[in-house]
Structures are given as C-alpha cells and as structure tokens.
Write a protein that binds this ligand. Structure first.
Ligand SMILES: C[S@@+](CC[C@H](N)C(=O)[O-])C[C@H]1O[C@@H](n2cnc3c(N)ncnc32)[C@H](O)[C@@H]1O
Length: 230
C-alpha cells in the first residue's frame, strides 16, 4: 500500500514507466514540493497530494503512514534515484510506517551527468555530501578515490560543503591546484555550467542544484587498446 518511487531529476522524461503507473494509480502522492511538481501531471484528480519540506517532513510522513495503514495506495516520490542520496528520506518513510518499504529506482542526476559528460561508471566513484551527520568519512573517501586515479561525481551539501568547499578541502589534502573540475547546474544544458581548475573552483559560488565532476588526471585504459595486435 506504500511504495517509494524515484522521479526525475527535474523532468517527467526521466520517470520510468513503472513509476508513472504507480503515480497514476495512487490514492495519495507525497514528497518534497519540487519533486511532486515533476509528477503532478500524472496525479489523478481524486488523489490526495501531501507536499513537504525539510522542516515538516516528519509530520507530513506521519500523515502518509496513517493513510497507508488505512489501506490507501500511497506513493512517495523521491528526486532522481532513491539509492543515491535518498536513504535518509527513505529511513524517515520507513520510520513513519514502522516497517520496510518497497522502492522503485529512478534515473539519478549522476546518471544524467555521466551521459552528458561521457563518463564511464566503471571508472567513477559517486559521492554525496547532501546528508545529515558527519561528512569526514565521505571527504576522505573522495580524497582517496581521486588519488587512486578514478573520476568522482559529487553532490555537494547546501550550504556548508558546496563545490568551492570541496575544492578547498581537496587542495588542503595536496591535490594539484590544476586538477580540472566541472560543475553542472540543473543539468538542463548539453555542456557544463562551468569548467576550470580546483584552485579556481575554490573561489566560485553555485546554486544548490549543482553537481560536480572531477575527472581522473589520467584517463584509464579502456582495455581494448591491444585488440587486433595479437
Ligand atoms: C538530496 S540530493 C538527491 C539526489 C537524487 N537522489 C539523484 O539521484 O539525483 C539533491 C541534490 O542532487 C543534485 N541534483 C538533483 N537534480 C539535479 C539536477 N537536475 N541538476 C543538477 N543537480 C541535481 C543537486 O546537488 C541537489 O542538491
């Protein structure tokens, strides 16, 4: 009677057919305002819509859980994919319900960035700082994956660990000031909003709808280089 569905990010084009069917068949559709707005064209006129923000999410989710217990079909929509930077919200849904809840994956902003920036997942580490709690283990992991020669796709944390703070942290760890960085904003364009060095990034401001790409200094071999020579 309750399912969490990844939607977006930012556009209905990136909602799966399964997610669309669930929203269209729901009695209750809930989520953060911006995400509910994405799926609103699919929400039946008879459905109850429960929108929320950071401050009232616990109270609003308690209402949704109540509807779920009453046997109504509830869909909680998540921005992008639930499994990237969505687990704290999922935990809140499950706490409200008192049990584990089914999830339907969505398309992540990281996937959209990978597609636009032509980045191979195999060679890339995905990190989010958009979470409550201590960021230290995530910061050191970012430092280590870049040192290990991998790409990193990074969601910053508004507003205390934004792209400029990420750059400042990495420079403090001894990464080269000339290491290239890209910031993609709203992922609405074919090209990055901004490209430059870590040193330059440490002095730039971006909106909270930004995602950061740090490419490996040396691209990995594809593994096909010697094909045809044997
Ligand atoms: C709480 S995280 C959720 C990420 C989401 N689960 C996903 O898979 O994309 C929200 C952050 O994702 C990033 N983000 C989501 N959609 C985006 C978009 N269309 N363009 C750029 N960044 C985006 C921004 O950094 C935003 O603050």
């Amino acid at each position: 009677m309750i399912v969490c569905v990844g939607a977006g990010p930012g556009h209905l084009d990136y909602l799966t057919r399964k997610g669309a069917e669930l929203v269209a068949g729901a009695d209750v559709v809930a989520g953060f305002d911006a995400v509910v707005d994405v799926v609103r064209p699919l929400v039946p006129g008879t459905a109850q819509v429960v929108t929320m923000g950071y401050r009232d999410q616990v109270a609003r989710l308690a209402e949704v859980a109540e509807q779920h217990r009453a046997g109504r079909r509830c869909v909680v929509v998540f921005m992008g994919d639930i499994h990237f930077s969505g687990f704290q919200f999922l935990e809140r849904v499950e706490t409200a319900c008192g049990h584990r809840v089914e999830t339907v994956p969505g398309i992540s902003s990281a996937q959209m960035l990978a597609s636009k920036g032509r980045v191979c997942f195999d060679e890339t580490t995905f990190l989010t700082f958009h979470r409550r709690g201590d960021l230290t283990p995530f910061k050191t992991h970012l430092r280590d994956v870049l040192r290990a020669g991998r790409n990193a796709i990074v969601i910053p944390r508004p507003w205390d660990f934004m792209p400029r703070d990420v750059a400042t942290y990495l420079l403090g760890c001894g990464l080269p000031p000339g290491h290239r960085a890209e910031v993609w904003e709203n992922l609405s364009r074919a090209e990055a909003e901004w490209t430059g060095t870590l040193a330059e990034l440490s002095e730039r401001d971006f909106s909270d709808m930004s995602i950061l790409l740090l490419r490996a200094l040396t691209p990995m071999l594809t593994g096909l280089e010697l094909e045809g020579e044997a």
